[in-house]
Design a binder for this molecule. Structure first.
Ligand code: CP
Length: 309
């Protein structure tokens, strides 16, 4: 039996190198499979999505992934048009939806929401982003992109830039990187430094520096991982105004980078990467978004098929 069969995916911390390697191999297999063979993987299965926060990539890549492997999807993209609006609880919504579907993906503003839902759901729960703590399938996609584009992860110098305080993709990526031998540079405004209370375990396994100055590192990085400064997570808008636009990657910055470095971003972007960078050979964020479809298809295929595919 494959280790993902009927399992929840709540935190990247639950996945070791062996599990990540299995997902990456399954992703390569999905990419290479004949479309007719792919459609057999989840034929007759239903993905449910339940999104309490806006999303373009996560929800649509899950739906696209399910279609790719022959399944269908249904769900709530906007809770204002659901019975949540009438006061229905998260637990009742999850319980009901798990009766209609074979696997559920949940995005919710509260930390712990996916783990709580997994206790209620009769079907596996995949965390599609919870509070400021975790976005495990984004980290899987980010690690797969690095591996595919750089042909390795070990030995790389990785700069993570922007909103390190509130960015859940950052915490999941850092936990994922704990499985590799990498040098990490965390670059953020002073007020958006990584949360000390969330890095206790990361510190034990990963070597990283912290700085406010991207110029110090830009020419030495193999991977530049940009993040958006997330206005919606600031308790005080004035604090957001002070730090917005702190780091902007334009062609002037790209010229300082190694020829074979790559620029990633979980997206959406606002102004932290200017659009003229999109056509540079270092820009890989749209490829990264597309890989999300294949990594999620692989994960769904493993969850839904006892012996893999
Ligand atoms: N990267 C990401 O989670 O994007 P969405 O918010 O559009 O899903």
């Amino acid at each position: 039996m494959n280790g993902f069969f009927q399992k929840d995916v709540i935190s990247i911390r639950d996945l070791g190198k062996e599990e990540l390697d299995s997902i990456f191999s399954a992703t390569e297999k999905i990419i290479g499979l004949d479309p007719n063979q792919r459609r057999e993987i989840a034929r007759g299965k239903v993905l449910g999505y339940l999104f309490f926060e806006p999303s373009t990539r996560t929800r649509l890549s899950f739906q696209s992934a399910m279609a790719l492997i022959g399944g269908t999807s249904l769900g709530i993209a906007d809770v204002s048009s659901s019975a949540v609006q009438k006061g229905e609880s998260l637990s009742d919504t999850v319980r009901v939806m798990s009766g209609y579907t074979d696997v559920l993906v949940l995005r919710h503003p509260l930390d712990g929401s996916s783990r709580f839902s997994a206790e209620i759901s009769q079907k596996p729960i995949i965390n599609g982003g919870s509070g400021t703590e975790e976005h495990p399938t984004q980290a899987i996609q980010d690690l797969f992109t690095i591996k595919r584009e750089k042909k390795k992860i070990d030995g790389l110098k990785i700069g993570i830039v922007g909103d390190l305080k509130y960015g859940r993709t950052v915490y999941s990526l850092l936990h994922g990187l704990c499985n590799y031998n990498v040098d990490v540079h965390l670059i953020s405004p002073e007020s958006l430094k990584i949360r000390k209370d969330s890095t206790y375990d990361i510190k034990k396994k990963l070597s990283y520096t912290e700085s406010t100055n991207l110029d110090e590192y830009i020419d030495d990085l193999d991977v530049l991982y940009m993040t958006r400064i997330q206005k919606e997570r600031f308790p005080d808008e004035e604090e957001y105004v002070k730090v917005r636009g702190s780091y902007v990657i334009g062609l002037d910055m790209v010229k300082k980078m190694k020829e074979d470095a790559i620029i990633l971003h979980p997206l959406p972007r606002i102004d932290e990467i200017s659009t003229d960078v999109d056509s540079s050979k270092q820009a890989k964020y749209f490829e990264q978004a597309e890989y999300g479809k294949y990594t999620r298809a692989a994960l769904l295929g493993l969850i839904l098929n006892k012996n893999g595919f």
